[in-house]
Design a protein around this ligand. Structure first.
Ligand code: GTP
Ligand code: MG
Length: 429
């Protein structure tokens, strides 16, 4: 009922508009508009044309100048579009003005992103989070739907009594109340899910294994990296927002130390604020991690902008300032090596990898090791034969470097997590 429209089913062809307000913002706006194309295609909506508008005269009613607005409305209809999509955020009022005057469906980038998340959400938690973000987005826009109703009744409903006008308004009140209720319910359900997650997390943290989270822009290769490092098969696709649920896997470092790695939801520029807030619970894994691996697609010309977006979204989540390994991925696709040199100059601590070819992965493992090496100690043990369980424990939780068996004792060299040292202490040589 609150799904104002099932756009992918209703909309076939769209005119995309990206507005910028200063001349020197043209490049960025063009770039964002390119990205909007990818986002819109992800929804299965055809793109008739894209228009970049340098706004000189701003009208609050349309965001861009009213002359230009009229021109674009006519143009959209001329080329047979049934939808106009703005790269810029439209206020509910502006959206209504555009829709009323063009008679077309008019949405903005935020709504596109919300719809993609909606399409992709699989787990109960992701579905609840997306539903909440969409409800919050739709609330101030409910008027739009019922204004349509008023107009329909007003036009076609002559003779049906005086009730035509204003019916929408009454319905609007009812809907607002229903929407409020639904938002409360979604929040309560999410709280439940969060409690379960907290319990799981507590169980995990009883065993203090170091924990890293993989973060970055959408399509950077985060899930691919998790799969590579932990030999798992988390869903990977050349699509925006392939991952909406975090998954955590255990991995073993070359020194035998175990760590946990979490894959997370990707970020994008102009990510709706309420979406970030809704996904807080999911992204909390990021906040609680001991360190982050920030993956960026080095082959994309927007790499530096992606870095900034990820950093500022982490900031919004309160995860700025965490120990971070910056990993430039997909170097197999970078043909111009001066690009990598430039990245190296700007980010001297970064590592360069290709999840696809395996290049640079050893270097990354070393960096991960550096992040967590102070969590382990090397021990020389003399174990009586009735304590061979400790050899098994060392194998399980650490790495056994050598083991020699003499008549009465086992002589073992191993690396074990610090939190386990007390178990071995009596037998240290
Ligand atoms: N050529 C090349 N492609 C890669 C590399 N790493 C990942 N990819 C591809 O990039 C695409 C996106 O990879 P994912 O691992 O799904 O990216 P993600 O960061 O998890 O994306 P979201 O979940 O959408 O945020 C897939 O088609 C991968 O096969 C790489 O090193 N080289
Ligand atoms: Mg992913």
């Amino acid at each position: 009922m609150f799904d104002i429209k099932a756009k992918p089913n209703l909309v076939e062809s769209a005119l995309l508009i990206g507005a910028h307000f200063k001349r020197d913002e043209a490049d960025e706006a063009r770039d964002l508009l390119e990205e909007l194309k990818d986002l819109v295609s992800t929804l299965g909506i055809g793109i008739a044309e894209t228009v970049l508008v340098n706004v000189r005269e701003i009208s609050p009613r349309y965001l861009i100048g009213s002359g230009k607005a009229k021109e674009l409305m006519d143009h959209a209809k001329e080329i047979g579009c049934d939808c106009i999509i703005f790269d810029n955020e439209l206020s509910p009022g502006q959206q209504r003005a555009w829709e009323e005057e063009s008679g077309l469906c008019v949405i903005d980038r935020q709504e596109v992103i919300l719809d993609i998340f909606n399409m992709r959400a699989r787990s109960r938690e992701a579905r609840l989070q997306v539903a909440l973000a969409r409800m919050e987005y739709s609330m101030p826009r409910l008027t739009r739907m019922w204004a349509h109703l008023d107009r329909q009744r007003g036009a076609g409903g002559a003779g049906t009594g005086g009730a035509g006008r204003g019916e929408g308004e009454m319905q609007l009140e009812v809907d607002r109340r229903l929407a409020d209720k639904r938002i409360d319910k979604l929040k309560a359900d999410l709280n439940e899910v969060k409690k379960q997650r907290d319990t799981q997390r507590k169980e995990r943290s009883r065993v203090p294994v170091p924990h890293g989270a993989i973060v970055g822009y959408t399509n950077a290769g985060k899930s691919s990296l998790l799969n590579k490092l932990t030999s798992s098969d988390v869903f990977v696709e050349d699509k925006l927002f392939a991952t909406l649920d975090t998954s955590t896997r255990r991995m073993e470092l070359p020194d035998g130390q175990h760590i946990l790695l979490t894959d997370t939801v990707g970020f994008v520029r102009r990510l709706p604020h309420n979406l970030v807030q809704s996904f807080r619970a999911t992204l909390e894994e990021t906040l609680l991690a001991d360190f982050l691996i920030h993956v960026v697609d080095a082959s994309h010309h927007g790499a530096e902008a992606f870095l900034k977006t990820t950093a500022s979204t982490l900031d919004e989540l309160g995860a700025a300032g965490k120990k971070t390994i910056l990993a430039f991925n997909k170097i197999d696709l970078v043909t111009d090596s001066t690009r990598l040199l430039e990245f190296g100059q700007h980010h001297p601590d970064a590592v360069f990898i290709s999840v696809k070819t395996g290049a640079g992965i050893d270097g990354l493992l070393n960096r991960i090791h550096e992040m967590v090496f102070d969590r382990v100690v090397r021990l020389n043990l003399r174990l009586p034969m009735n304590r061979l369980d400790l050899v098994a424990l060392a194998h399980e939780e650490g790495k056994v470097l050598s083991e020699d068996y003499e008549a009465e004792v086992a002589i073992v060299q191993c690396v074990v997590p610090k939190w386990l040292v007390s178990r071995f202490e009596k037998f240290v040589e």
